[in-house]
Design a protein around this ligand. Structure first.
Ligand code: DX5
Length: 231
């Protein structure tokens, strides 16, 4: 399978497993699924590109075995080209690499699609949208980071929404109507409506889904309602 399935009608809330309880990961995934989640993000960190370590292939394989949901793998790692086959084989439906780590982005995106996965690029807050001008037709998704990557629970960088609008405009001018724009970091009931108003299609949320008062289902539904309220 390649590309992003048509079943995902924006705005999509995509729980980030970074904030989940790894002692009960399968239960956490099921709880979010019961509330309606059908797209999860797996954050992979190598301690070099970002100052943190998270999870890798065994966790993706386990999550793949536990759900049929769309699995979005966000590679916050150096040398992602060395791991594309492994993450595709482990069950990724979408693989997102950072623009900042590879001089061979065109080659990496081509390879991700050859492996049958949807292809995404993530842009750190300081990276301009224009850096994607030569690869936009190779993309299924652009992840506009709304925090500096490495940790959950950070504050939303509202200025990044100007970049969301820029990417949407670049895609519109080139009639790339299937391109999805995603944000990740600091997404909650207060920031989700602003993101949707800026044109965001997919909102990644970790802490707002897996942390805080109430249940995973209640928090997921609150996010969905906040995002839908902005349409
Ligand atoms: C940053 C991570 C986080 C995580 C979600 O490197 O990618 O953005 O997915 O973080 P919060 O808890 O802010 O939703």
């Amino acid at each position: 399978m390649s590309g992003i399935p048509d079943r995902f009608t924006p705005p999509v809330i995509a729980p980030s497993l970074l904030a989940a309880d790894y002692a009960r990961l399968g239960e956490e995934v099921r709880a979010a699924e019961e509330a309606g989640a059908d797209w999860f993000q797996v954050d992979v960190m190598d301690g070099h590109f970002v100052p943190n370590l998270s999870v890798g292939l065994p966790v993706l394989e386990s999550v793949r075995a536990a759900t049929d949901a769309f699995l979005d793998v966000h590679l916050m790692i150096e040398n992602p080209d060395e791991f594309l086959v492994a993450f595709a084989d482990a069950g990724a439906d979408l693989i997102t690499v950072h623009q900042e780590v590879t001089p061979h982005l065109h080659r990496d995106l081509t390879e991700i699609r050859r492996l049958g996965c949807a292809a995404g690029v993530a842009l750190n807050p300081s990276t301009p949208a224009e850096t994607l001008s030569e690869v936009l037709p190779l993309l299924d998704l652009v992840l506009v980071m709304t925090v500096n990557p490495g940790f959950g629970g950070q504050s939303f960088i509202h200025g990044a929404l100007r970049k969301v609008r820029r990417v949407k405009e670049m895609a519109r001018r080139r009639e790339l109507n299937g391109l999805r724009v995603q944000v990740d970091g600091g997404v909650g009931p207060e920031t989700a409506p602003r993101a949707v108003e800026a044109g965001v299609d997919v909102l990644v949320a970790g802490s707002a889904v897996f942390r805080g008062s109430g249940s995973v289902a209640e928090r997921f539904r609150a996010l969905e309602e906040a995002a839908a309220g902005a349409i």
